[in-house]
Ligand binder design. Structure first.
Ligand SMILES: Cc1cc2nc3c(=O)[nH]c(=O)nc-3n(C[C@H](O)[C@H](O)[C@H](O)COP(=O)(O)O)c2cc1C
Length: 144
């Protein structure tokens, strides 16, 4: 069971992931940092950064560039099993949109969305479901 996540300098996603108390690894913030490579199945936790693209039509890319770079690596992409997205309901139809885009492009289920750093109920639901459904989601490492 591994969580791969991205979090910007505001670190809402990091706070949410920390509360889950499950093994996790962070996608580097700076594109100049050494790229992350993973070697086991993971669930991706990704904040949405489209800026309400459906309404503004200005920035149509809700997935952070750092996450796109991580997923452009075919080895990393082959190991994603599910996506969870963070966002803010102020963005209306674009709430948690990064999860929709990643789910469609990577053909994995979009299993949960939450606001900002998540509340106690979000943490309970996500933790319990990841643990109880790990095998169903394909999140257990394959035997060596
Ligand atoms: C410039 C900007 C654009 C955002 N666009 C969206 C959006 O389109 N949809 C959404 O649900 N949340 C949007 N958000 C909210 C972030 O997803 C939310 O604050 C998230 O918790 C940030 O996570 P982080 O602190 O780990 O980077 C946006 C936030 C910022 C600062």
């Amino acid at each position: 069971m591994l969580i791969v996540y991205f979090s910007s300098v505001t670190e809402n996603t990091r706070r949410f992931v920390d509360k889950l108390q499950l093994p996790s690894v962070r996608i580097p913030l700076r594109l100049s940092d050494e790229p992350l490579t993973v070697n086991e199945p993971y669930v991706l936790v990704c904040p949405t950064y489209g800026g309400g693209a459906s309404v503004s039509h200005e920035n149509s890319q809700p997935v952070p560039r750092q996450v796109i770079r991580f997923l452009n690596d075919t080895h990393n992409r082959s190991l994603i099993r599910a996506v969870i997205s963070g966002g803010n309901t102020n963005f209306g139809a674009d709430y948690g949109k990064a999860g929709e885009v990643i789910s469609r492009k990577c053909q994995v289920p979009y299993v949960y969305r939450y606001e900002l750093f998540g509340n106690d109920e979000d943490v309970r639901i996500v933790r319990e479901n990841l643990l109880s459904r790990a095998e169903h989601l394909g999140l257990n490492p394959s035997p060596a």
